[in-house]
Write a protein that binds this ligand. Structure first.
Ligand code: CP
Ligand code: NVA
Length: 311
């Protein structure tokens, strides 16, 4: 069993993983040997703080071992991906990979004889979504019927929030004047829409602060993420697109004016680009649960590892 998109994870598996994350957080001692002697390999083409540390520290706290593989100093870049994954599968018990392209995590999962975890590709970020559900469960006390407004660029994080959310009854409203081309997944969105778990707000209309506030005021949670994915942030070939996105997206920034008087939790997967998708002061706003959310990545990663290792 793998964790590539969450599409093949059942409601029960998702809810159990959320509950186990909370148990692991509250009773860490009980899980000290839960992955005793087992090994995790991390294979990252992109940078990471939370996902990498959650994997590396999480497996060690569960009594296991970790091996971080740098794409540039291994032969992954030279050889056939499937061949190298087959080799790595024989050495470790589970692999957490962050690839640029969704097709590569799919190919790796095909070739792997151990569970493969998608640590964020250009289309999905499933471990983020499972951590987010844990945070919503903790701070709102339920998942079913919780209203989340995602505002920003429709991307990998947004897709996985919808994919995980629709299994457990989250209602995700998306206000996104832009979509990352690689994140387009019409099948996912139409399935979620049919279930009443996803709604897109038309971006043809003029989004004044008042109009945005009206949507957000009906939400329990407002969530944003970077307007530019990490691999493009400093890419000179993306510079023009970056400027055009910033101009287009600034009216959708989460800030004190937009959230004035609104009583919703504020979420962001981090890293945040202060002054772009979110103003700096909101990270420390009393409504922000952003740093609880990032801390929970550790516990939910442990729950994910145990779920996959026990299958
Ligand atoms: N949220 C998240 O995945 O952060 P990293 O890119 O630092 O892992
Ligand atoms: N959408 C962001 C998520 C970072 C965790 C990116 O892919 O860079």
């Amino acid at each position: 069993m793998h964790l590539v998109t969450l599409k093949n994870w059942s409601e029960t598996e998702i809810l159990e993983t959320v509950e186990n994350g909370i148990k692991i957080k509250n009773y860490p001692e009980k899980y000290k040997h839960a992955a005793g002697g087992l090994s995790l390999a991390l294979l990252f083409q992109k940078t990471s703080t939370r996902t990498r540390c959650a994997g590396e520290i999480g497996i060690v706290q569960l009594g296991g071992y970790v091996h971080y593989l740098d794409w540039r100093t291994t032969n992954f870049g030279l050889a056939d991906l499937s061949d190298e994954i087959r080799v790595l599968s024989a050495y470790v018990d589970v692999i957490l990979a962050r690839f640029l392209k969704h097709a590569d995590i799919c190919e790796a999962a095909e070739a792997a004889s151990v569970p493969m975890i998608n640590g964020c590709c250009d289309r999905y970020h499933p471990t983020q979504a499972l951590g987010d559900l844990m945070t919503i469960q903790e701070h709102i006390g339920r998942l079913d019927g919780v209203k989340v407004c995602f505002i920003g660029v429709h991307n990998n994080v947004c897709n996985s929030l919808i994919a995980a959310g629709m299994k457990v009854g989250l209602e995700v409203t998306v206000i996104a004047p832009e979509i990352n081309p690689a994140a387009e997944d019409g099948e996912l969105l139409s399935e979620a829409e049919k279930k009443g778990c996803y709604k897109a707000i038309s971006t043809d209309v003029d989004h004044s602060v008042l109009a945005l506030q009206e949507v957000i005021s009906e939400s329990d949670v407002v969530y944003t993420d970077t307007w530019i994915d990490m691999e493009f942030f400093t890419d000179p070939n993306f510079a023009e697109e970056r400027e055009s996105r910033i101009n287009k997206m600034l009216p959708y920034q989460l800030n004190n004016t937009l959230l004035k008087g609104l009583n919703c939790k504020i979420m962001h997967c981090l890293p945040a680009h202060r002054g772009y998708e979110i103003s700096g002061e909101l990270l420390d706003d009393p409504r922000s649960i952003i740093f609880h959310q990032s801390e929970n990545r550790l516990y939910s990663m442990k729950a994910i590892l145990l779920h996959l290792l026990n299958n």
